[in-house]
Design a protein around this ligand. Structure first.
Ligand code: NAP
Length: 287
């Protein structure tokens, strides 16, 4: 089976490619293919390019990870964000008749009363959340057999991943840099490998519709940072709590968010890993 991944050189794409490589023929595509990597250049914003790459590679399934994921950047450049996060997905739907797995986010919720299940009403606060929700609806209107998989706060110990909270905390504390971390944003941080394993199961079990996946601990970012510091024996006193409103970021964040995972647990017979298990594995792999 041939699996084409868009945004394959990002944080999740890196984990997912290495997991799927074992059992599938993986076609890694990216807006830019980094030096010393094998892959195909594919800007999902460009409909001609999308058509040509799909025609040339003939995938059986597409996993769409490509997106502008910087929430404040999306707020600043809403048109560009729509073109990539919504328009890019439309280009894939227009050129591909097979199944698409599309990654989405808990930012489709407002964070007033999380964690959320798949049946809860979405009400995004930010441009990023709005573009992701619109893309979900377009995908499932195009074909209800597609899959929307929502995740939240993905992390890995990947030095080049700008999107990884874990890497940021480790890099900062290792270089004795003080960090301010919000203590009022709650969700269930999820290791990219945990998400990659679930995506693999979603492919083989042909899941469709909307599903949530997240690891088992629901905590604030501040608590998460402290747990990371403890696990990696770094200086906890460098971490200072701050509220979201004090940070004064461009885009609003859902505060009490996170994702309930009962639906996927029942359908796939899986249990989300604990944060402690994931950090232990990451720590041991580092040694
Ligand atoms: N990170 C999280 O906490 C989180 C949580 C829930 C859901 N998600 C979703 O999971 C997916 C993967 O996220 P991630 O954490 O791996 O983020 P990421 O590291 O930012 O990866 C996204 C990738 O998409 C690429 N991209 C951007 N514009 C593109 C375009 N026009 N054409 C092709 N590729 C393009 C980016 O390339 P450049 O870097 O070169 O721009 C990047 O490699 C996204 O759909 C995101 O919305 C992420």
């Amino acid at each position: 089976m041939r699996v084409l991944i868009t945004g394959a050189f990002g944080q999740l794409g890196t984990s997912l490619s290495s997991i799927l490589n074992k059992d599938y023929e993986v076609i890694r595509t990216g807006k830019i293919v980094p030096k010393n990597n094998l892959g195909i250049t594919l800007d999902i914003q460009n409909p001609v390019m999308v058509k040509e790459v799909i025609k040339a590679t003939k995938p059986d399934i597409i996993i769409n990870l490509a997106a502008i994921t910087n929430v404040d950047y999306c707020e600043k450049y809403p048109e560009l964000s729509k073109e990539v996060n919504i328009g890019g997905l439309m280009n894939l739907c227009d050129s591909f008749s097979g199944r698409i797995i599309h990654l989405s986010t808990d930012y489709v919720f407002d964070g007033n009363d999380g964690p959320y299940s798949e049946n809860d009403a979405a009400s995004p606060l930010s441009v990023y959340g709005k573009t992701k929700l619109a893309s979900e609806r377009i995908l499932l209107d195009n074909n209800p057999k597609h899959l929307v998989l929502r995740g939240n706060v993905l992390y890995d110990n990947e030095q080049n991943a700008d999107a990884s909270f874990l890497s940021w905390v480790l890099k900062s504390l290792t270089s004795n840099t003080k960090i301010k971390v919000v203590n009022d944003q709650i969700n269930n941080p999820t290791w990219t490998r945990s998400m990659a394993d679930i995506i693999e199961l979603c492919i083989s079990k042909k899941l469709d519709g909307v599903f949530h996946w997240g690891d088992s601990d629901h905590i604030s970012r501040y608590e998460f940072a402290k747990i990371i510091a403890e696990k990696f024996s770094l200086d906890l006193s460098l971490i200072e709590p701050i509220t979201t409103s004090e940070l004064n970021q461009l885009a609003l964040r859902p505060l009490h968010s996170g994702l309930k995972t009962q639906k996927i647990e029942e359908v796939l017979n899986v249990i989300p890993p604990t944060l402690d298990d994931c950090l232990n594995k990451i720590y041991n792999e580092k040694e």
